[in-house]
Write a protein that binds this ligand. Structure first.
Ligand SMILES: [Zn+2]
Length: 254
């Protein structure tokens, strides 16, 4: 399996630094698995209808077609139909925008997140789901992973699991991927910036608290990530969605 770290979008609200949309693309002998989807082609074509001006302004959406997951998949030499599976940490507009560019993919999501989405929670953009994604919802599991609940996705020839890290949204999950004897853990928005692993006093912590559907659950999830970072650094590589500094040096970070 080959792992590509892709930056599939930029968010920028000056004077804050730019934020990335850090997606993973797993190449399993030419079959592709995309983890989170960034800002998509349809968002760029119809931003007001798909995202809306208030959210565009609040999050600082930037629209760059070459950064979309679809164009990056093509630049790597694959048709977009090679993406058989998509895994969503959660369904916020900056994570789900690329879904419509891969309409035939199975879309894995926690059952809790899917419930919030279908209930019409205000934070999600219905237009981004109007193409009717092929949902694969994942319910509570008794399996564990480093002390956390683990929901295996049963993707052939890959060990990929949803790891519930609720709080940012009520069904928000990290995504664990077994790779070369270690684990990658994409923590999604369980933190915005890596500095949150070591302090609660950074200005971004206040933003994270405001944006959380449950700040109590967010803090509990963050404390679990701190435990993993402290005790399992040799076995698990943690990274989030928005921290531009977390791309490997050789990544196509855009
Ligand atoms: Zn986000």
């Amino acid at each position: 399996m080959k792992v590509h770290h892709l930056n599939c979008g930029i968010l920028h609200v000056p004077p804050n630094p730019q934020a990335a949309c850090h997606c993973l693309l797993l190449d399993i002998d030419g079959r592709l698995v995309l983890i989170d989807t960034g800002i998509g082609l349809e968002d760029i074509a119809r931003p007001l209808e798909r995202i809306g001006q208030p959210a565009i302004d609040a999050a600082g959406f930037q629209f760059h077609e070459p950064l979309t997951a679809a164009r990056q998949v093509e630049r790597l030499g694959f048709p977009t139909t090679a993406v058989s599976d998509i895994v969503l940490t959660h369904a916020d507009p900056d994570h789900a925008g690329g879904l419509a560019d891969f309409p035939s993919a199975a879309v894995h999501i926690s059952a809790e997140e899917h419930t919030q989405l279908t209930k019409g929670h205000w934070r999600y953009s219905p237009a981004q789901f109007a193409h009717r994604p092929q949902w694969s919802t994942h319910h509570t599991s008794s399996e564990m992973w480093f002390g956390l609940e683990s929901r295996p996705l049963l993707i052939p020839d890959a060990d990929v699991r949803l790891i519930p890290l609720f709080g940012h949204t009520l069904g928000h999950c990290g995504v664990a991927v077994r790779n070369e004897g270690r684990w990658l853990l994409h923590v999604g928005d369980a933190y915005y910036l890596r500095v949150e692993l070591s302090t609660d006093d950074h200005p971004v912590s206040a933003l994270a608290a405001v944006r959380a559907d449950s700040d109590t659950l967010r803090k509990a999830s963050l404390s679990e990530l701190r435990r993993l970072a402290r005790h399992h650094a040799a076995e698990i590589e943690l990274f989030g969605y928005h921290d531009c500094s977390e791309f490997p040096p050789d990544a196509a970070a855009g």
